[in-house]
Ligand binder design. Structure first.
Ligand code: ADP
Ligand code: GLC
Length: 489
């Protein structure tokens, strides 16, 4: 199967969150299965060409943008750890900047940049003489590709039998564009923008809605989230559209690349371990604590609870704020955080760090190595999200025998089960209501089994035995691609 995957983020080239991990993991698996994927993404200014052995193809793309044509250059590379070709769209005016989306404020021309990317992907396929069976777009950034397939390229023989699959990683970010700009840049024209059209939502040109309406099949990143978003509470204003497309909407749980996230082979951690040498996990805790000037005897008897996340409201930081200080001030546990994002949370964690230097171990910033060290070194991982389409860190944690404490929402509910002291089943601790008391109670349940045998050993073995591999998830996408292709044959 020829698959053209378009994304604004792909690990390791450009990553803001889990989207990048998934758009790297899937094509690598498809290639191993014998399919023929290629990836198209922007050539951002911060990507180091030499480090990734990128080379110009010397192909020029003529990309129609409204009444004009813009000329982009195409670069070539290989997705590390795989044989997947990856093509970078070079257009400096849009992409030679330091951020992916703009931080803290989004770039004012994100509509233009991402409509351009979505269109350039088709022109890249033409220039490369690549005839896709599937165009796979991810999140609102590349959603316009779904519309282009059914409009501008509908009568192009190359794409006549191409099906469009659109994956929603996060419905909260929709790309609500100014219709005057979006309808012009996309070349679809103002005539197609009116109340009730597939392009319109509450007066904006809504890229997320466009992806949902034009795709042959729509997927989301966990089965539970695919059901949740069909309700008003989680539907972010688009639940009618999602229900309309209900028969074509499928939840596929994200997978983990266990060649990157596996304590048996992880070079980023101090001491590797397996289910048979789980006692070595402790050495990673010691190593992590040493980094804060704490020595071996200083903290092994109290639990270490970690979190690795974007500092945004989605991740449940207001719940954390409401219970954390009480616990760390009393020394119930140590708290390790790695995150970057909103100022208000950065300020809060810096405050904790200065007040409780021995119990609040705070890292503000983005760092892959520290992410691995926290996942390996902690006893528990917190993911108390307000909503969570899938969530990757709780799946990493399970593999590292780091016990997740999660809210029962989205993919968290699909991947973590409450531990039962009676049956000895379950892999973590789960609470339903987005409420400090419910959260605090889950924390208490979790802490009650710390070093309490046989529970502590049992839950850690249960956790490590879970298998959420990206191979399984990649296979499910292939099934969906086959169904999508039936629609266009
Ligand atoms: P989301 O995509 O909503 O941010 P996920 O759990 O799906 O949430 O994915 C987050 C990914 O980003 C994980 O791979 C996680 O390890 C990584 N990550 C988040 N924050 C940081 C950080 N500050 N430093 C390093 N990695 C991070
Ligand atoms: C989004 C979601 C997250 C999901 C990730 C990868 O960023 O917030 O839950 O795991 O995409 O699909």
């Amino acid at each position: 199967m020829n698959i053209l995957l378009i994304s604004a983020e792909v690990t390791p080239f450009a990553k803001a969150g889990g989207l990048a991990d998934v758009t790297a993991a899937l094509p690598a698996e498809w290639k191993r299965m014998g399919h023929n994927p290629i990836i198209v993404m922007p050539k951002y200014g911060f990507i180091d060409e030499k480090m990734w052995n990128m080379e110009p193809t010397f192909l020029t793309l003529n990309v129609p943008m409204g009444y004009e044509t813009e000329f982009a250059h195409l670069w070539h590379g290989t997705l590390p750890g795989s044989e997947v070709p990856i093509y970078f769209i070079e257009f400096n005016e849009y992409f030679a900047r330091d951020g992916i989306y703009g931080d803290p404020n989004e770039f004012f021309d994100n509509d233009r940049r991402f409509i351009f990317l979505s269109r350039a992907a088709f022109e890249a396929a033409k220039a490369l003489d690549f005839t896709p069976d599937i165009i796979h777009a991810h999140d609102f950034h590349t959603a316009f590709a779904m519309a282009f397939l059914k409009t501008h390229y509908r009568y192009d023989m190359r794409f006549a039998r191409t099906a469009g699959v659109y994956t929603i990683h996060n419905l909260a970010y929709q790309g609500k564009f100014n219709p005057f700009r979006a309808m012009e840049f996309s070349g679809i024209g103002h005539d197609n923008f009116y109340k009730g059209s597939w392009f319109e939502h509450n007066g904006t040109a809504n890229a997320m809605k466009i992806g949902i309406m034009f795709a042959d099949k729509i997927t989301t990143v966990s089965p539970n989230y695919s059901r949740e978003i069909r309700t008003p509470y989680y539907g972010e204003g688009l639940c009618d559209e999602l229900n309309y497309r209900g028969p074509d909407l499928i939840g596929i749980l994200n997978g983990v690349q266990y060649d990157k996230w596996n304590p048996a082979i992880d070079d980023a951690i101090a001491v590797k371990y397996t289910p048979n040498s789980i006692e070595d996990k402790m050495k990673n805790k010691i190593d992590f604590l040493k980094g804060y000037g704490l020595n071996d005897n200083d903290g092994l008897d109290i639990p270490l609870i970690g979190i690795v996340a974007r500092l945004t409201e989605q991740k449940g930081f207001d719940l954390i704020e409401s219970v954390l200080e009480r616990h760390i001030s009393e020394g119930d546990f140590r708290f390790a955080l790695l995150g970057s994002g909103e100022r208000r949370y950065v300020d809060y964690f810096n405050y904790l760090k200065s007040k409780y230097p021995a119990t609040a171990l705070i890292n503000i910033g983005y760092d892959e190595t520290i992410a691995h060290k926290i996942i390996a070194g902690c006893d528990y991982l917190l993911v108390p999200s307000r909503f969570e389409p899938c969530g990757l860190t709780q799946m990493y944690a399970l593999k590292y025998a780091t016990i997740p404490i999660v809210r029962q929402t989205g993919g968290l509910a699909d991947t973590v089960n409450e531990y039962s002291k009676v049956s000895g089943t379950g892999t973590g601790f789960v609470f339903l209501h987005y409420d400090p008391d419910d959260f605090a109670f889950a924390l208490r349940r979790a802490l009650s089994i710390y070093t309490s045998e046989p529970h502590w050993s049992t839950i850690r073995q249960n956790a490590m035995a879970m298998d959420y591999s990206s191979e399984r998830s990649a296979l499910q996408y292939i099934n969906v691609f086959e169904w999508a292709m039936e629609k266009v044959r």
